[in-house]
Design a protein around this ligand. Structure first.
Ligand code: ADP
Length: 480
């Protein structure tokens, strides 16, 4: 990697304001999913070290929570500014460890900065309430206080943004954080910590450990000093964390898997729908939890829409994310490639027709696939594909489309295209998901509440709702 500031690439852990090498000699090697080459290594901590990081965060909490909100805001603002100053280096690190095209990586860094900036603004707006009391001699005051030390666990698909949106809200609220990034992509998180240090985040307020995920998860859920866990990842691990954190009654936010439907009605602007479908299906090579997983197209416009979609899918360019013009990078690892192929083979076996792509892989690279004649019984309808594979399913009526869209235990994002305002209101109400994009698929931004329902979890990130996840209500009755 050619970095203007090589210090952004840290192969260490960070707690108590200090960079730490492995104490045991155990490390995790990280590769570039485009080439398979090892790009670096990070320590694999032991459990005592995780506990130490939590102790440090607990001590730092006592002073950080006392800082005026404006002071916390100043630090967050500067941190966000530094992300923008170093956008090229951060994108370089991100693309090298994660694979996404550089342009998308830069977009992710800006998106991460937007959370730091948003929560810098929200910190001084942590308003309370006064409530008319039952007696004249009383006053009821409601205040919101930080919950305490937070364990934040993040995935590999948005390694800087997912962490920034947790830590920004937590720190704005007055909490401190011990974070565990995904094994595949620790360097973006460590670069974030480095810039946090530069921005003046006091030692112990933001800490990062890397190592065995189950062991770190166990320490997070069993250590009574952890008062909050914010997790983004699979429903399987989310369930596990919920079960394990029950004992300590830890406050949880779980942003889990999705199975997003996109419905194209016959009254839609088809060109707009094609654009939205491409963006929401193929961003990050199909590896986002709000990616379109099931495409439902009304039969009367089915052929016309598929024709337009085919042209757009064929225009996508597969390659190393560093290369000019590439729009689809590699999948993160071979397990992801296998899932893509399993969904491809299953759809073909059940009668889907291939329009573009071939289901073959070259290392971690796969060509984007478009298929038609999809059916709800196909595997891609049951679970997230998390790869650039899109199968269109025809439908006839609005009722049928809603029934198909809701026929999943997941409920993160859903999208539809229609220019009929009555239909827009009906379908918006009927869809079972935490987020609905109408005539638009770029739904994620710092000002809006991101989160799911059903098996996609609970809790919201971003917006004024995002900070509540890190706060608890204290009510004071003033008598006498
Ligand atoms: P994915 O399948 O997309 O990798 P995971 O849910 O496995 O999703 O991973 C999301 C994050 O959860 C990663 O940081 C991973 O290391 C972490 N993780 C995996 N297993 C556990 C566990 N048992 N306890 C805590 N964190 C875990």
């Amino acid at each position: 990697m050619k970095l203007k500031n090589p210090e952004l690439f840290q192969q260490a852990n960070y707690w108590n304001g200090q960079w730490r090498q492995s104490s045991t000699g155990e490390v995790i090697e990280v590769d570039n999913p485009s080439t398979g080459k090892i790009i670096g290594q990070v320590p694999s901590v032991n459990r005592a070290e995780v506990a130490d990081a939590i102790d440090v965060a607990e001590r730092a909490f006592q002073s950080w929570r006392q800082e005026p909100a404006h002071t916390r805001a100043k630090v967050l603002r500067k941190w966000g500014d530094l992300l923008l100053t170093h956008v090229d280096d951060l994108a370089e690190i991100l693309t090298t460890e994660q694979g996404k095209p550089l342009a998308e990586a830069k977009g992710e860094v800006r998106y991460a900065a937007s959370y730091l900036h948003w929560f810098a603004e929200e910190a001084p707006r942590n308003y309370g309430d006064t409530i008319p009391a039952p007696k004249t001699s009383q006053k009821i005051i409601v205040q919101k206080q930080p919950v305490g030390v937070c364990g934040c666990i993040t995935p590999w698909n948005f390694p800087i943004a997912m962490l920034a949106r947790k830590v920004a809200a937590a720190l704005a609220a007055g909490c401190t954080v011990v974070a565990k990034p995904a094994e595949a992509t620790p360097f973006s998180a460590l670069a974030l910590a480095y810039l946090g240090e530069c921005a003046g985040v006091p030692g112990g307020v933001f800490n990062i450990v890397t190592g065995d995920s189950a062991m770190i998860g166990d320490e997070f859920t069993e250590n009574p000093k952890i008062r909050k866990i914010s997790f983004t990842g699979s429903t399987r691990v989310g369930r596990l964390l919920q079960e394990k954190s029950g004992r300590n009654l830890i406050k949880l936010s779980l942003e889990l898997g999705g199975n997003a439907p996109l419905i194209v009605f016959d009254d839609a602007d088809l060109d707009l729908a094609v654009k939205g479908t491409i963006a929401a299906k193929f961003r990050n090579a199909g590896q986002t939890c709000v990616c379109v997983n099931r495409l439902f197209v009304q039969r009367s416009i089915y052929d016309e829409f598929i024709k337009k979609l085919k042209v757009a899918v064929e225009a996508l360019v597969v390659g190393d994310g560093h290369d000019e013009g590439v729009t689809i990078g590699p999948l993160i690892h071979q397990k992801a490639v296998e899932k893509f192929q399993k969904h491809f083979d299953d759809a073909v076996a059940q009668g889907a027709r291939v329009i573009c792509g071939d289901g073959k892989a070259n290392g971690n690279f796969v060509k984007p696939v478009l298929m038609t004649d999809g059916k709800p019984s196909m595997m891609f309808c049951q679970e997230e594909t998390f790869a650039p594979l899109l199968v269109a399913v025809p439908f006839d009526t609005e009722e049928e489309a809603i029934q198909l869209a809701n026929d999943t235990p997941y409920g993160l994002a859903s999208y539809f295209y229609s220019n009929n305002i009555s239909r827009v209101m009906r379908v918006t109400d009927a869809l079972e998901s935490g987020m609905v994009g109408v005539n638009e698929t770029a739904i994620s931004n710092a000002t809006a509440p991101f989160g799911g329902v059903k098996w996609s979890g609970y809790g919201r990130e971003g917006s004024k709702y995002g900070m509540d996840e890190y706060l608890q209500v204290k009510y004071v009755l003033l008598g006498g």
